[in-house]
Design a protein around this ligand. Structure first.
Ligand code: AHG
Ligand code: MN
Ligand code: MN
Length: 318
């Protein structure tokens, strides 16, 4: 990990995330009532996916919050082709870059199912006083100084780590404050839940097919079979597994040969939190946090969750 973020700097970033997510949470709660919120925006993002209106609203809210906080000098977001260098004072000389998925689980927006925001914070590697570069964005996940997510579920929660454990805060909608509701979150070492889009199973590598068969096999001693749980919003599936114990898998499939999830905006931040909570995150063969990124929108296969479950799944892959 790079030089740790100071308590003051951490507070500034947390305030920026809390303020953007509080207003976004209000918009999401009223989504069915507001015409500018539901449905497709009409654009296709750099990933080739149809942008939802709320993807764009969320993206703007977080960009503005980071721009205004004064210590972030640039951002990269899943919804933008290129990274953005903040070029005015005081942001331009900020020490940090933030990479984020402004709205995760877009396909669940219109159907009132939990969605989220995922973010990752790094120290810039380029010298202060110069514009941020692509290299500031392409750092391995081990260099994260902070990472977190916001879950817009039946309550809104902010969960983050700055490298010293994981804490969860729940939004009190009447005061707008996030209250520490889940101190020192630990992911159970083992669990009984597996999450994967099993519609893809016939197209997966044989080792994974066998692991899923293992999850479904009966063993009265261990309480197997495991229960299948797949929300289709990574943040929500991850959060459930963080609390209850479980594994989430998004493998390489023919339609997404590198996997579907994005290393910088989704996999690295949640891998950081998983490890900080005692869990594991790998591609099935390699630790996620050690991958040296080569592209902003790079995708990777993803196995994340309870340590023993991820290790077991990997043992099937060879
Ligand atoms: P996003 O909405 O940011 O594009 O991410 C969607 C991701 C993730 O949240 C989810 O787990 C996965 O894509 C769902 O993919 P499938 O519909 O292929 O299962
Ligand atoms: Mn996402
Ligand atoms: Mn998204």
């Amino acid at each position: 990990m790079g030089k740790p973020i100071s308590a003051e700097e951490l507070e500034i970033i947390v305030r920026a995330v809390a303020s953007a997510s509080h207003s976004l949470s209000d918009e999401i709660r009223r989504a069915g009532l507001l015409e500018h919120i539901l449905g497709q925006e009409g654009n296709v993002n750099v990933q080739g996916e149809a942008q939802q209106k709320l993807d764009v609203v969320a993206d703007r809210a977080f960009i503005n919050a980071f721009l205004d906080c004064g210590i972030v000098c640039g951002i990269a977001s899943e919804e933008n082709d290129e990274f953005v260098a903040f070029d005015h004072e005081p942001s331009k000389d900020g020490d940090f870059v933030v990479l984020f998925d402004p709205l995760d689980g877009s396909s669940n927006i219109d159907v009132n199912v939990s969605i989220g925001t995922i973010f990752s914070v790094y120290r810039r590697v380029s010298p202060k006083g110069t514009a941020v570069t692509l290299l500031d964005m392409l750092q391995p996940g081990t260099e994260q100084v902070m990472a977190g997510y916001v879950l817009y579920g039946s309550s809104t929660m902010l969960v983050y780590s700055s490298g010293n454990g994981v804490n969860g805060f729940t939004l009190n909608p009447s005061t707008g404050e996030f209250c520490l509701s889940h101190p020192d979150m630990i992911m159970p070492e083992n669990g009984r839940l597996y999450a994967m889009n099993e519609g893809n199973i016939q197209e997966c590598e044989q080792g994974l097919v066998h692991y899923i068969q293992y999850c479904q096999s009966r063993d009265n001693q261990t309480g197997m079979p495991y229960s299948g749980r797949y929300i289709g919003s990574l943040v929500a599936d991850f959060h459930r597994n963080l609390i209850k114990g479980g594994i989430y898998i998004y493998p390489a499939v023919p339609a997404s040969p590198e996997g579907r999830l994005r290393l910088l905006y989704e996999c690295n931040p949640l891998a950081f939190i998983a490890e900080q909570a005692g869990g594991l995150a790998t591609t099935g063969r390699q630790r996620i946090l050690e991958i040296v990124p080569t592209q902003l929108h790079q995708r990777v296969p993803y196995y994340v969750g309870s340590k023993l479950m991820v290790e077991k799944a990997m043992s099937f892959l060879g």
